[in-house]
Design a protein around this ligand. Structure first.
Ligand code: C2E
Ligand code: CA
Ligand code: CA
Ligand code: CA
Length: 277
């Protein structure tokens, strides 16, 4: 899979907390980082919106860099999308997620994984997933959810609907991520046979104070309920926000209020603590 030319370097701007926004040049490329096992899965818990029951988790990638430590996706995904490495990254994440789902501790939990536009519209994507299923027959794929963003879905609504249908025929669920962010969200919702809507974090952030966001979130929830979609509120950080999405009867909530994304070992500890309660 080596690229012939144009092996670009990854340039990073470290977190403010790390190094005063100094650009850091990583000499290693994402592709070799993937091959070296430097890309890992972190998990963020997803709760029933009652807040007391763990439904599952979202898999989020992290680059564990030997020098720079944990690098969040915002610092390498945009470039990976530009140079096409994102396809390799997404495949790796799917392989890692299937491997994790094989673990006994994770049985019964729903796992969501993010897929880029390029990967989603790749002709081999559905057969790649099918191959993972054949290689991991113990994995219950009805617990697997693929998240595509609204932005991905609107690139080619008909093509997206076709791929979603094919994935659903394999028994996989599909979520529409960052819902509401796009301008035309409602227009094409009818055409996309998705199972879940994830309300974009931007609409949750200023709850409960912001009346406009209140109106938007409650309309999205009402609509989603009528369409019989599951609803996830993203970015829930406070008890007030949780109360609010609970009152609206959102099905699930995700956010720092419960936990940041955790590496597998930390997530297992989280699970143990949870099961003891
Ligand atoms: P996303 O799919 O919308 O994921 C949610 C992001 O919000 C995550 O950031 C998560 O850590 C963050 N978050 C969760 N709860 C809260 C909260 O309460 N407050 C705040 N302020 N943030 C919260 P993360 O992990 O940095 O990922 C950023 C984006 O990178 C993701 O947004 C997703 O679009 C993309 N991404 C992450 N992993 C993958 C991957 O494996 N493949 C692809 N294609 N994209 C990925
Ligand atoms: Ca997501
Ligand atoms: Ca999102
Ligand atoms: Ca996003």
């Amino acid at each position: 899979l080596a690229k012939e030319s144009g092996r670009s370097n990854y340039k990073f701007f470290a977190n403010e907390t790390l190094q005063n926004k100094q650009p850091i040049l990583l000499e290693s490329e994402l592709c070799s980082a993937i091959a070296n096992g430097e890309i890992q899965v972190f998990f963020q818990p997803k709760m029933a919106s009652t807040g007391d029951c763990l439904y599952g988790m979202e898999a989020l990638c992290r680059w564990i860099h030997p020098v720079h430590g944990i690098i969040p996706p915002a610092q390498f995904i945009p470039l990976a999308e530009k140079n096409g490495d994102i396809v390799v990254l997404d495949k790796k994440m799917i392989e890692l997620v299937f491997a994790e789902m094989n673990k006994k501790a994770f049985h019964g939990l729903h796992v969501a994984v993010n897929i880029s536009t390029q990967q989603f519209y790749n002709n081999h994507f559905v057969s790649f997933i099918h191959k993972q299923m054949q290689d991991n027959p113990e994995v219950d794929v009805s617990k697997l959810e693929i998240e595509i963003t609204e932005e991905t879905a609107i690139q080619d609504v008909e093509g997206a609907a076709q791929t979603i249908t094919e994935l659903k025929e394999l028994g996989i669920r599909i979520a529409l991520d960052d819902f509401g962010k796009g301008f035309n969200s409602l227009n094409y919702l009818k055409q996309l046979p998705v199972d879940t809507l994830k309300i974009d974090r931007a609409f949750i952030a200023n709850l409960p104070e912001d009346f406009q966001d209140q109106a938007i979130v409650s309309s999205i929830v009402t609509l989603a309920k009528k369409l019989e979609l599951a609803i996830v509120a993203e970015g829930v950080e406070s008890q007030e926000q949780l109360n609010w999405v609970q009152d609206l009867k959102c099905d699930y909530a995700q956010g720092y209020m419960f936990s940041k994304p955790l590496q597998t070992s930390e997530f297992l500890t989280y699970l143990q603590a949870f099961n003891k309660e």
